[in-house]
Design a protein around this ligand. Sequence first.
Ligand SMILES: [Zn+2]
Length: 78
Amino acid sequence: MEFLFLILFLFLGLIGYAIGSGKGRGTEGFFLGLFLGFIGWIIVACLSKVETGVMCPHCRSMIDERATVCPKCTRAVR
Ligand SMILES: [Zn+2]
């Protein structure tokens, strides 16, 4: 019986991982799914994507790769 629960929790975690991995949050997704199950999946789905932006050539801060103007120094990026 305990073995079945183990499989179930692993399954919950893997689903969470699958949802989170697309956003670069695989590990967070795994643990949220593991401990919270269905609710954890919803939380992972609502989490924002991990910042994978580009560096502003003027002030060296990370900004969204689609941005044309840096939000920090307000200078044109391209
Ligand atoms: Zn800047």
